[in-house]
Structures are given as C-alpha cells and as structure tokens.
Design a protein around this ligand. Structure first.
Ligand code: SDX
Length: 427
C-alpha cells in the first residue's frame, strides 16, 4: 500500500500520495492539491519543491554526494573523459568503444559553424561579455540549422552538433574580441585539445598541446557537466516545456547561468580574491563584511542551496589547483588567499552555523587561470561543461509523460478591485 500524507484543512482531510525516489527521498504529490482543496503551495526559490522526476543526476547535500547516472563524480573525474561523460549523461549509459568512435566522428563533422555567423561577432562591441554573445549565438544556430526532427537519429545529430559547435562559438568570441583571426577546429585533435587550440593557436606562436592541461580541462568540464535541477537547468526545462527548440532552451540556460549567484560566481570569486590582494584587505575584514546582513557583500564561491557540507566537486578542484600550478611551477597569490579565506571561514561560527562551505566555483578560477583562460571567459567555460547536462535534462523532459507546460501559480497580494480613473481626474 503506497504511503500517503494527510492534510486537514477547513474541516476536511485529504490524503496525498507520497512518492519515493531511488535513494529513499520522499515527495508529497501535490499535483491534485488545488483540485481537491482549492489550496496551492508557496515556496519562494523553490527550495522545497521538486519540479520533476529525473534519472540523470543524484545529489545528497547532507553527505556531499554527486553521481551522474549512478556513477560517483570522484570515479568519473579519475577515470573518464569529458566526451565520455557527455555521452553518459545524454544517452544514459557509458559508451562502448564503437559508440565513442562514432561520437568522435560526429563531433568532428559538426565542429564548424556557418561562415555567416562571423558577421554577427564583428558587430558586437569588443567589450561585450562572452556569455551574452554565447547565448545569442546558440539561439542563432536555430536559423542556420532549422531541421529539428523528433527522430532519434535527428535528435542525436542535433545534440552532437550543439555539443561540438559550442566550443567553436566560444573560442570565436574570445579571438574576435582580441582582434585575432578565428582558428578553425582541427580533425586531428580531440574535444578538449581542439578547444584550447581554437582559443590560443597563433600563426607566429603555434599552440603546443600539453596533455596535462588537456586532462585538467577535461576534468574541469566533467565536474561541471550536470547538477540536477539548478537554476540554469530549470530555465532550460521551463523554456523547453513550451515545446520550443533545443537551441532556444539552451540559450535561456546560458543566460540563467551568467548570474553571479550561479555560474557567474567563478568570475566573481577571482574578482573578490584580486580585490583582497590589490587593496590589502584583511581576511578578518572580508569575513566581517560577509557576515554583516546590512552589507550586500557575500563570500563568493561559498554556500550552496543543496550542499550543507563541502561540495565534492570543490574537493577535486582544489587538488587540481595544486597539480596544475605544480606542473608549471606557478605560484598564484590568489590561491594562497583562497586557502587562507577557506581556513578562516571554516573555523568561524557564522559559516559553521549556516553550513557554508566552498562550492565548485571557489577554486575553479585558479585552475582556469593556470590553463591561461581569461577571467571574462570563466562562466563560458562553465557553460560548455554544463551543456551535456542541460541537453540530457531537456531530452528527458521531452520524453517525460508527466511533463507539461511549466506555469506556476502565485499568491496575489496586490490591491482589491480598482476603478479606472480618467487622467484629468487623477491627483
Ligand atoms: C552554483 O544549484 C546548483 O546546483 C548551482 C551550482 C551548479 O553546479 O549548477 O552548484 C553552481 O551556482 C554554485 C553557487 C555559486 N554562487 C556563489 O558562490 C555565490 C555566493 N553564494 C551565495 O550567494 C549563496 O550561498 C547561494 C546563492 C549559492 C545559495 O543561497 P541560498 O540557498 O538562497 O541561501 P540564502 O541566500 O538564503 O542564505 C542563507 C543564509 C543567509 O543568512 P541569514 O539571513 O539566514 O542569516 O546564509 C547566508 C545568507 O546571508 N549566506 C551567506 C553566503 N551564502 C549564504 N553569507 C555569506 N556569504 C555567502 N556566500
């Protein structure tokens, strides 16, 4: 007998089904609540609301667990590649060698973008933020690749086309913003190396592919690849629920990720660490400001809506900082500041009481700086990593029989009925 929850209201009692997830998490099914009671629920920020059922990613915020299709993030970071993890997220299984070879061929075949798209880039002001450009250009792909049939093969080609082209679009925005020639994708380079080459190759200073850097980028993107129903993934699902095409849904996800409370935090962390260094602000003062409710300053890269302990991705990212910096015998003063800040915050009652720990963004910028990625491109790097997750979630929602047009209700607190007053009679 399925468990239920009873709600007693206004002399009536209704029983609502209790849904149970794979890991035992429970949800009250309120899909008939208004019809049965006239009541709606109210949950600003949706912190207590499950928007869907999903088989893609599992997070346990109390225990710091993250798994893609059941595989722990630690194992994927250790053994997988970003291309393989993207396949796992989108198709639900680890690829066979034959699958992976076919996927590589498709990624290569679809890595170019229509030459006319370069004209759009020429017309963006040089200082435009690359996230705004990326969101616009991904949306523009729909004009160049309108066929989006529902057939499995067609969907696979569309998905692979986007996974491949996103690198080219991102690298183009960087090259053109610097007045440099666009570098085309190369058929002999795998996914991550191709992106680095498109970003940094130069006729006078050919980019040398370093396998350690390629590996660091692959792990960086694995760590960002999906994260259940976060803000930008929810945007992709909500926009997609109107049955708009994949490109428009992903474009909305890129826009949502841009915010400093979400994916834009990786850029904000480096700006915060640089401010501390350049202005000689003490760690104590930084924590004082972060704790002051009257001060809008927040410790960027700290805290999370779901994790109430250390973000498992941050642990891996922190180790990567040491590895990448050691590789180039680099000393990044911002890493020292970040480590000091972390130690002080984790010993501070405010952060302990609020369960505030480093999240994926706290150390990710240090890794990107060591790879040579400019700060303005940090959130674009997050977007490229998150793309397989967005696509997997979009596909899952399209195939979900329970998925409907997303249209939440509200609690109206405005004025009661009002009369229209002609302008000459207004105060
Ligand atoms: C990402 O959802 C995902 O999965 C996102 C993500 C993904 O992979 O998709 O993990 C990626 O977006 C990571 C988060 C990146 N953002 C930041 O690092 C920005 C700094 N963090 C905060 O702004 C905040 O922690 C949020 C936005 C991440 C979460 O905020 P919540 O859950 O809405 O919590 P809240 O703002 O209501 O804060 C609860 C309390 C408040 O104090 P009180 O008023 O209750 O006393 O905690 C405090 C907040 O002031 N607090 C912080 C803080 N984060 C929360 N205080 C100081 N510094 C912080 N960073």
């Amino acid at each position: 007998m399925a468990e239920t929850v009873k709600i007693t209201f206004d002399g009536q009692t209704v029983e609502l089904p209790l849904l149970v997830g794979t890991e035992g998490e429970k949800a009250i099914d309120i899909s008939r609540l208004r019809a049965q009671t006239g009541l709606i629920t109210w949950d600003p920020g949706l912190a207590n609301t499950g928007s869907c059922s999903s088989a893609i990613t599992f997070m346990d915020g109390e225990r710091g667990i993250l798994r893609y299709r059941g595989i722990p993030i630690e194992e994927l970071a250790e053994h997988s590649s970003f291309k393989e993890t993207a396949f796992l997220l989108v198709h639900g299984v680890l690829p066979t060698r034959k699958d992976l070879n076919r996927f590589s061929v498709l990624l290569n075949d679809h890595s170019l973008v229509h030459e006319d798209m370069q004209i759009f880039y020429q017309n963006f002001p040089r200082a435009s933020h690359p996230m705004g450009i990326l969101s616009s250009m991904v949306n523009a792909l729909r004009s160049f690749y309108p066929v989006l049939s529902t057939g499995e093969e067609e969907i696979n080609i569309t998905v692979t086309r986007l996974l491949s082209k996103v690198r080219t679009l991102a690298a183009m925005s960087y090259r053109i913003s610097r007045g440099h020639k666009v570098v085309y994708p190369r058929p002999d380079l795998p996914y991550c190396a191709n992106f680095l080459n498109m970003m940094f190759d130069s006729p006078v200073n050919p980019y040398v592919i370093d396998e350690d850097i390629v590996r660091a980028l692959s792990v960086f993107w694995i760590l960002h690849a999906d994260h259940e129903q976060n803000c930008s993934t929810s945007a992709v699902r909500i926009v997609g629920s109107g049955r708009v095409n994949l490109y428009a849904s992903i474009s909305a996800g890129i826009a949502a990720l841009w915010g400093p409370l979400h994916g834009g935090a990786n850029q904000a962390v480096i700006e915060m660490l640089s401010m501390i260094k350049d202005q000689g602000v003490s760690i104590r003062r930084v924590l004082e400001r972060a704790k002051d409710r009257d001060d809008p300053f927040r410790l960027m890269g700290f805290g999370h809506r779901v994790y109430r302990t250390y973000d498992p991705r941050a642990k891996i990212m922190k180790k990567m900082c040491d590895r990448v910096l050691r590789k180039f015998n680099l000393q990044d003063p911002l890493l020292n500041i970040a480590q000091e800040l972390e130690a002080a915050a984790l010993a501070d009652d405010y952060f302990i009481d609020h369960n505030l720990y480093p999240n994926v963004d706290f150390y990710s910028g240090i890794v990107l700086r060591a790879i040579g990625i400019p700060t303005s491109m940090f959130t674009v790097m997050f977007a490229i990593g998150r793309l397989p997750g967005w696509i997997a979630q979009w596909k899952e929602s399209m195939d979900d029989p329970d998925w409907r047009l997303c249209r939440p209700r509200q609690l109206y607190i405005g004025p009661k009925i009002n009369a229209y007053v002609p302008i000459d009679e207004r105060g």
